[in-house]
Ligand binder design. Structure first.
Ligand code: QV4
Ligand code: CA
Length: 482
């Protein structure tokens, strides 16, 4: 369950948070496929409670009311169409699977597909689930449970969300039926929401019953779904990510926290020389890596001082480092803009999600941030694809916040997070030529719209990154010379 089954030469997935299925299908064909993206994490596709009393917050999608494929993102037919079109474009789909719980008590009880629930009787007729399918006695997770009591973290309710008993044969059957339907429709894997709140043994039993990936969608015979489990483990809790990493991959929340500290100026970039397991991270193949996610970019979940699109220069630096560095399996966040941390995606007065507009410079409009369409980000996806399995060599730093390194003979990257200029002759490990910096511009009609770096016969080049430059990184790779 640790292989994402990307098409060959692809390395990176993006979370298209709250996007509609039709828009994702179009995005696969017009942008993600051609630009070499490997996959997409989609918002939960199963029916959720529509929370009108709170003006349809984003978090209503984490309140399942049934496993019918009908949400604000689209219906089953649109889902099926999206998966087929994205797979044809070479882009895999990963489903955010909410299997720990069902929707909790709320003053309203109608789902996005019209299903209802009787919360007081723990009755979800559209599955159906009843009282015996949930853990008892009923309890709610309290703050200190995370330190003391793994059993309460697993068996009590997360924020009052009705807690399913994954130890039950019947519940396992309903969950695997849902996940297998998605596999048969062509998805490549799953994010397991709230994995910390389920017993590893129960998850292992569920994973073992999952179908192989659908060969009609280009997967090889016997391919197992990619699974990455959401376990927030910054250390010191009763539940550890290590209980899950033998089953499948795990979200490595320490990664984005530490990288944010570096690019925030709270830690020096030179210490990144041994970034990876030496920093207490999971093994590379076990780790789903990211800077921010849909929770911590708005103070939910691990929260804290995570860099987001709102601090663009530092954020692009951190993302460029993540994509240039070989550790982990990277995931990009693609957001809608927000001030209110509870607010849902751009929507009309009936609560329908508004599609992103696509501007001529590749960026998005209509309230969508589309970080994945920022040149400094999507061109680093291409950099990572070109760098392939190469390691890091020729590390250089100035003893502070200026660093540079090569990826074999495939690519070279430099960063300047000091408040003085970087202007130094460095080894790029690339063949002689004139290269177009993929951060400040792009190759266009045999020219370059950004900085041109001239690499000599000895592989060396003069690298300039001014403290006041628009971006703090510079990157060149094979295929970008003229
Ligand atoms: C409220 C009260 C409770 C009360 C309950 C019932 O706070 O004390 O018991 O009503 O009356 C929403 C509201 C929350 C509300 C709850 C239940 O914010 O106030 O409880 O609904 O109705 C997202 C949001 C949550 C949201 C939830 C469901 O972050 O705020 O709760 O969706 O809509 C831990 C976990 C980790 C989790 C993280 C947020 O270990 O697994 O918290 N992360 C994942 C997702 C996240 C999602 C969930 C889990 C739940 O990434 O987005 O929570 O599926 O760290
Ligand atoms: Ca649970």
């Amino acid at each position: 369950h640790k292989d994402p089954h990307y098409m060959s030469g692809r390395t990176t997935m993006v979370h298209l948070f709250e996007w509609k299925w039709d828009d994702i299908a179009a995005e696969c064909e017009r942008f993600l496929g051609p630009r070499g993206f490997g996959g997409i994490q989609i918002s939960p596709p199963n029916e959720n409670l529509a929370i009108r009393s709170r003006n349809r917050p984003w978090w209503e999608r984490y309140q399942p009311i049934s496993y019918r494929l009908v949400t604000r993102s689209g219906n089953e037919q649109q889902f099926e169409n999206m998966v087929r079109r994205c797979n044809n474009a070479g882009v895999r789909i990963y489903v955010d699977a909410i299997i720990n719980h069902m929707t909790g008590t709320w003053g309203e009880n109608v789902g996005t597909g019209g299903s209802t629930a009787d919360f007081n009787n723990w009755y979800y007729p559209a599955v159906p689930y009843g009282r015996n399918d949930f853990n008892s006695p009923q309890c709610v997770i309290q703050g200190n449970d995370y330190q003391c009591c793994a059993d309460r973290v697993r068996n009590c309710e997360l924020s009052g969300l009705k807690d399913l008993n994954q130890g039950s044969e019947y519940v396992r059957g309903k969950i695997t039926e849902y996940m297998n339907r998605l596999i048969d429709l062509g998805v490549a894997g799953f994010r397991i929401d709230a994995a910390k709140h389920m017993w590893p043994g129960d998850l292992s039993a569920i994973y073992s019953r999952l179908n192989n990936l659908n060969t009609n969608h280009g997967f090889s015979h016997g391919a197992r779904p990619y699974i990455y489990q959401e376990v927030i483990d910054l250390g010191g809790e009763a539940v550890s990510r290590n209980e899950y990493s033998s089953l499948a991959a795990v979200t490595e929340f320490k990664y984005g926290m530490e990288l944010s500290r570096c690019f925030n100026g709270q830690n020096q970039l030179r210490w990144l020389v041994n970034f990876g397991p030496n920093w207490g991270f999971l093994a590379s193949n076990d780790a789903l890596t990211f800077v921010d996610n849909h929770d911590n970019q708005r103070g939910h979940g691990a929260g804290g001082n995570i860099l987001t699109h709102k601090r663009a220069k530092q954020y692009k630096g951190a993302i460029a480092f993540m994509l240039a560095h070989p550790y982990g399996r990277p995931q990009l966040m693609s957001s809608f803009s927000f001030h209110d941390t509870e607010a849902g995606p751009p929507m009309d007065s009936n609560g329908n999600i508004i599609s992103p507009a696509i501007n001529s410079d590749n960026t998005c409009g209509n309230g969508w941030v589309c970080e994945h369409r920022w040149r400094q980000i999507y061109q680093m996806v291409a950099f990572r694809n070109v760098a392939g399995n190469t390691g890091i060599n020729d590390w250089w730093d100035n003893g502070s916040n200026q660093i540079a390194f090569c990826r074999g003979g495939q690519g070279f990257v430099a960063f300047n997070n000091d408040n003085w200029d970087l202007n130094t002759n460095l080894q790029t490990c690339l063949p002689a030529g004139r290269y177009c910096d993929v951060i400040s511009g792009e190759k266009r009609n045999n020219g370059c719209t950004g900085k041109v770096i001239t690499v000599g016969g000895d592989g060396r080049a003069q690298i300039v990154l001014g403290a006041n430059d628009y971006d703090m990184a510079l990157a060149i790779h094979r295929g970008q010379d003229s």
